[in-house]
Design a protein around this ligand. Sequence first.
Ligand code: M6R
Length: 342
Amino acid sequence: HEQVGAMRNIISHYFDGHDVNINSEIINNVKDADRLYIIGCGTSYNAGLVGRNYFEKWAGIPTEVHLASEFAYNVPLLSKKPMFIFLSQSGETADLRAVLTKLRSVNADYKFLVLTNVDASTLSRECDYTLLLHAGPEIAVASTKAYTAQITVMAVLAEVLRRTKGRPQTFDMSHELAVIASAIEGVLDEKSVVKELVDQNLLDTANAFYIGRHLDYYVAMEAALKLKEISYVQTESFAAGELKHGTIALIEEGTPVIALLSEPVVASHTRGNIEEVKARGAKTMVIAMEGSEREGDDIVLPKVQMELAPILSVVVTQLIAYYTSLGKGLDVDKPRNLAKSV
Ligand code: M6R
């Protein structure tokens, strides 16, 4: 529920009219990199997968996304002029600190930017540069507003890089982010629809699947993490096109499959996958965006700027996780076996 306010905070912190308030040293370091390495864990990693598209598409900088827990032991072949962008809600994640130590030992001149929610956190102190998420304290273990804030701040950073490099853009970023904030408000106003969907389909299941293509696939990854983390339903996300390469074997009578359809360009393919799993007995639920919707879809989201759609569609999946956890009588804020730095 605080994501609307968080988005508006980010807009007011980072935009001054048309201008973007980001320190020019940060902009120059990122702009001059020949490759960006986005590194994070869990939800922060999932946000990075979405952000990669922004840096590549808008700023024209090749970008890779890595799990911090793998990176320190399995450092890829690095480019000549890399720039490292750490994503961490807490700024305290040990796996990221291990990456920092490792890379500093490889080359003391490497530069590190952290996007974090916590000013003066360990990573904020140890990295060269910080961009704050301005999401407000995120106390529940399941990360929600930090995810949408990370994507939003990456969008803002990619936008300022785009401008600095004189690359074209067809929309007004601060306006489109404000549109998303209002659209999230609309989703929250209608959240009883999500509760009904959960009550009918998810309270008695041991497993569930999310499917999607392109950005929807990345949202599916985050959606699956959220649902399994707080409801203990074993949830997997699949790139919809991969179903036929093995995973469709998991579909049984009654298996819940939630499909995300934002982009019209891939919607018809994902529709085909929905039919395939339906034919094998799956209970399908469809969350579509205007422009990709069809009669009978369970939730239809208002049309927003396509690349930013994950910030909106993920909120529906957060509500799915929330109502499933609540409906099963679990502690939504404190799932078992997990702890969190705030
Ligand atoms: O504080 P961080 O963003 O570095 O934490 C990374 C992950 O531990 C975190 O995102 C985790 O996956 C979430 N609790 C999932 O909801």
